[in-house]
Ligand binder design. Structure first.
Ligand code: ATP
Ligand code: MG
Length: 412
């Protein structure tokens, strides 16, 4: 990939951040009214045995849903056609008047079913802690999609059943310009499959490592799109909990798409509190490490970590020790050394995000996210134009023909 911003190659070759979950604390998956036909997959007894609480059934991982709602009309991508036809294979998007009471988002009417035979699997484009993602092509409409595959036994063994359910629940509800679009899910006896749009421009992680760091204007553009996505989730009582450059992809037009809702959760508590210790070490807010409960403002902390990393080329609590305890100590100590080249406005914003004091953290105060969107560093951002993707992206990936996955470096 060319170095677009004229920076030399990164000497600080940092490994990708790995998501983690501490199993000592568990949340109860909310039951979401309006989700579709349910298949209960009992946890294998031998694996579930040692866990503190029995692993819940995979309630929300429903049979395939080729789902469209009225708002889908605005999306450029096309639903993969299904072998079991919906009422009509090219049926118009189905509007629903029902609203999910927890998120306020419309309940999407479920139509159609997918199965593996509907796709040719072309190559692996990514792996994460819990899943493997493949580039696939629909045998019906010849378009390209990404399918995230989760091995059921692994999900149960890693005590990720609840998170797999959450990922499906959240992704199937949300529609936003900067969130990846889920078309449907299906399963077989061994695997769970999530069918998403293929986002061809690669990970923001790769672009950042190749560029070493981003110029302030570039970082501002990317963090602004991320902030709109996070704010949308929070407005609908969803906490994301795994913000990092590996989970942010670049679309063909250069705009961002947030992926990986493995740790996303609909907050059922009236105070929005969560207790599960999950996320990626470099991005964890101090209150998650302290394990005394936290709210959605942990995402604004990780927006601060991400912005710092984009501007500096390394995260604010970086340690070259592989022992995460040192990292956690640094986060709890809360001392951040700001490089002298940081703009005054960026530093001011970062100080308001990277504060352990929740009575001072932007996003958690009386004005909520408005403190962030109206911060002086964002003065030139027209948020409505940004939402409509009218601000041109600083980098547009060079792509060949449809289905070009060359921006993904994974080697099978
Ligand atoms: N829709 C998509 N289009 C293109 N590539 C994708 C898509 N979804 C995922 N990927 C690639 O696959 C990788 C792994 O996906 P994902 O982050 O969802 O898995 P995970 O197991 O939940 O990861 P983590 O280690 O962050 O928990 C991503 O970092 C990205 O490179
Ligand atoms: Mg991921």
């Amino acid at each position: 990939m060319p170095n677009l911003f004229g920076f030399h190659t990164d000497k600080h070759e940092k490994a990708a951040h790995k998501s983690q979950e501490n199993e000592s604390s568990k949340e109860t998956a909310p039951s979401i009214p309006g989700t579709a036909e349910v298949i209960h997959v009992p946890a294998p007894a031998a694996v579930a045995k040692g866990s503190a609480a029995p692993a819940p059934a995979m309630s929300a991982l429903t049979q395939a849903q080729g789902v469209l709602s009225a708002s889908d009309a605005s999306h450029a991508s096309t639903a993969p056609s299904q072998s079991v036809p919906a009422s009509s294979p090219s049926a118009p998007p189905v509007a629903s008047n029902q609203v999910n009471p927890l998120t306020g988002l419309p309940v999407r009417s479920l139509k159609g079913r997918y199965k593996l035979d509907d796709f040719s699997v072309l190559r692996t484009i990514g792996t994460g802690s819990f899943g493997r993602v493949h580039l696939v092509r629909s045998v019906h409409n010849q378009r390209f999609y990404a399918i995230k595959v989760l091995r059921k036994a692994h999900v149960v063994k890693m005590k990720q059943v609840e998170h797999a359910n959450n990922e499906h629940q959240v992704l199937s509800m949300v529609r936003h310009p900067f969130l990846v679009n889920l078309w449907g899910t299906f399963q077989d006896p061994t695997f769970l499959y999530l069918v998403m749009d293929f986002v061809p421009g690669g990970e923001l992680f790769t672009l950042l490592r190749h560029s070493r760091r981003f110029p302030a204007q570039v970082a501002k553009f990317y963090i602004s799109e991320v902030a709109l996505a996070i704010d949308f989730l929070h407005k609908h009582n969803i906490v994301y909990r795994d913000l990092k450059p590996e989970n942010i992809l670049i679309a063909a037009d250069g705009h961002l798409k947030l992926i990986d809702f493995g740790f996303a959760k609909i907050t059922t508590q009236s105070n929005g509190m969560c207790w599960t210790l999950c996320g990626t070490p470099d991005y964890l807010a101090p209150e998650i490490i302290r394990a005394r409960g936290y709210n959605s403002s942990v995402d604004w902390w990780s927006v601060g970590v991400l912005l710092f990393e984009m501007l500096a080329g390394y995260p604010p609590f970086y340690t070259d020790d592989s022992n995460p305890i040192k990292l956690y100590e640094k986060i709890l100590a809360g001392y951040v050394q700001y490089p002298s080249f940081f703009e005054v406005g960026a530093k001011d914003l970062l100080k308001s995000l990277l504060t352990a004091d929740l009575s001072k953290r932007f996003g958690n105060l009386a004005r909520g996210s408005r403190d962030i969107f109206s911060h002086m560093w964002f003065a030139e951002i027209d948020w409505d134009c940004l939402y409509r993707k009218e601000i041109p992206a600083p980098y547009v990936p060079q792509l060949g023909i449809q289905g070009d996955a060359s921006q993904y470096v994974y080697k099978s």
